[in-house]
Design a binder for this molecule. Structure first.
Ligand SMILES: *Cc1c(COP(=O)(O)O)cnc(C)c1O
Length: 233
């Protein structure tokens, strides 16, 4: 564990350093970009150790991992975001538990989240997940769906639309093109958001792409193996 803890610190230090360099290269302040630790399938002790370090929030893919992790306090009160595919039959338990649901990709899911938030008497922060490179990636709503989804958000007061999320499939030569397109979409969407002042999150970039994403305007990157090392499967 001592070794694991030291490795964790070293990896995180490198990620933070490269994030800061990318931010500076883009003329941005390093603290404009949040680091979300994608901790799927990591052991609790490692998540707990990382929570004490310099990360801003956690990202969970599975309700079955998130709920026990929340229960046992391993996030040390740092916010936990839901970033995985969300089935509607899990909405009831994810709403209110996740401080943000990043992976909202359909009207039906949006409505289900709203209904549950209403039932609980809360407002649920969400991002709309966009499939920016339609042929390759399998998750997210089509780009054209963004506008009807945003209109729907205006009618659903228990959800608070905070921005956009994407997980593009990156090709070598145009690694940044998909991120640049997301940034444009984000800029176009902001003035149309129900609460533009709270539309402040562009979640994109993972271990192999967070620097490119920051260069193109990401405000939150989701890094897993870069922090925790390769996942055991
Ligand atoms: C696993 C995961 C990440 C992080 O992936 P790494 O390549 O390990 O950094 C980011 N976003 C989502 C939605 C994920 O499922």
């Amino acid at each position: 564990m001592a070794d694991a803890a030291r490795q964790l610190e070293e990896r995180l230090h490198e990620v933070r350093e490269r994030m800061a360099q990318a931010a500076q290269a883009a003329g941005r302040k390093p603290d404009e970009v949040l680091l979300c630790a994608a901790c799927k399938s990591q052991p609790r002790e490692l998540i707990l150790a990382s929570a004490a370090l310099d990360i801003d929030c956690f990202g969970e893919n599975r309700m079955q991992e998130m709920l026990p992790n929340l229960e046992s306090g391993v996030y040390l009160d740092k916010p936990c975001h839901f970033i995985g595919h969300l089935q509607r039959n899990k909405v009831r338990r994810v709403v209110g538990a996740a401080s943000m649901i990043q992976s909202v990709n359909s009207l039906r899911l949006l409505q289900a989240i709203h209904a549950e938030a209403l039932r609980q008497g809360i407002r649920q922060d969400i991002l709309l997940e966009i499939n920016i490179d339609q042929e390759e990636s399998k998750t997210g709503a089509d780009e054209a769906q963004l506008w009807p989804l945003m209109e729907a958000c205006a009618e659903l007061p228990q959800v608070r639309l905070r921005g956009l999320m994407s997980m593009p499939w990156l090709q070598e030569e145009d690694g940044r093109a998909a991120f640049a397109r997301m940034r444009l979409l984000y800029e176009r969407a902001r003035p149309l958001a129900p609460e533009p002042a709270h539309f402040d999150t562009l979640s994109m970039g993972m271990t192999d792409s967070y620097e490119a994403a920051i260069l193109e305007g990401a405000t939150l990157v989701r890094v897993g193996s870069g922090i925790y090392g390769p996942r055991q499967t």
